[in-house]
Write a protein that binds this ligand. Sequence first.
Ligand code: PFF
Length: 418
Amino acid sequence: MRSNKKAIDRKADKFRTSYGFIAACAGSAVGLGNIWGFPSRLGRGGGFSFLILYILCLALAGIPLLTAELSIGKQYGASPPAAFRAIHPRLGLIGLMQVLACFITLCYYCYFGGKLLEYTAAAVGLKLSGPLLWDIIFTLVTGIIVFLGVQAGIERCSRILMPVLVIILAGLCVFSFSLDGSREALAFMFKPDFTFFNADTFSSALTQLLFSLSVGYGCMITFGAYGAKNSMLKPAIAIAAADTIVAVLAALFIIPSAFVCRISPASGPTLLFDVVPLIFSRLTGSQFMIPVFFSMVFFAALTSSVSMMEVPAVMLMQETKLSRKSSINIIIILTILCSFPICISLRVFEAYEFISQYLLICISSVFTCIAAGWMMKKDYSTALGNAPSVVEKSLVILLCFVTPALLLIVPVSVLTGH
Ligand code: PFF
């Protein structure tokens, strides 16, 4: 393989510590997907069936892909197109697909992040309406943190916010276990029942997993380059563990609360917003928890949107030699322009989600597997550091055969309607 000079060489463009690197990657992974998406998809996917398929996908696709992306970043640099081109000149397009998917996702993420802000502000009595206004505020806050850079912005923000998030969520779980409906909810999640074992639940679990791990979006390639000192196996496992723990904690809070409030866990994307106000209103004197909870979700969303904006900004910087400031300004303007149609119709969001999650991510990730499993060879092994050889061999086998096959099921089943 061609070796290339890494583009990210400034000290300020690297994470300062290993903990900072893992916290920033976990901060990217943990977001709306865990707290909003996971419980609602789990509820729709029959609880147990979804959970089992999710864990299977994590082991067979999530962790291998995470190690592959971090390794590509570590070995070849931060911008996905340039990193893929360093593996093979024809693969640049794959990197571009990932950046495009990341940008499309950023557009709807800023819209929902804005909604969350609007909701939180309304809970403390600040009523300013207009989805576009909140969308713009969320996008600008994201842009400012990205502008501050890798160490001062992204790393510092994630190091503080990640542990706070886990502590608050764990507290909420303890609270939900004290409620009457918790037994029913635990049976829904953990009692074997394979009724929902089908292609739909599988696609939902796999796309949710990739979204949740921020894999397929070029994000982990970019962050892998910023944390280039480490071996990439341990961080990948730590990131996957943190992400899964937060998602399961969120479900352990939301699903029992839904049972207590007599709301169907299968009610879909509105689940979080239906359940949270109701459950807190049952506890006298805990109204203040509603804005506290939603601001926690807001901060989780912010560490994710920051990582999402970094990806196209870095690509622009590397490909056009524009300054960091100009690249971020361009991405902010484009994000606002492209998320504006979502404020008019949620159908635009559905189209964005379909194109990015079901097509671009799955197809580009097949090529990530090919690149890491078949083409990188020694470079992949170097990036994994001194991983036990049985682990390394298993990862290579998964990347060469199993993960791509699983990934292809999603676009094939949506395009053929099965
Ligand atoms: N993983 C984030 C979440 O679960 O909300 C979403 C995300 C962040 C997707 C960064 C893609 C990305 F590049």
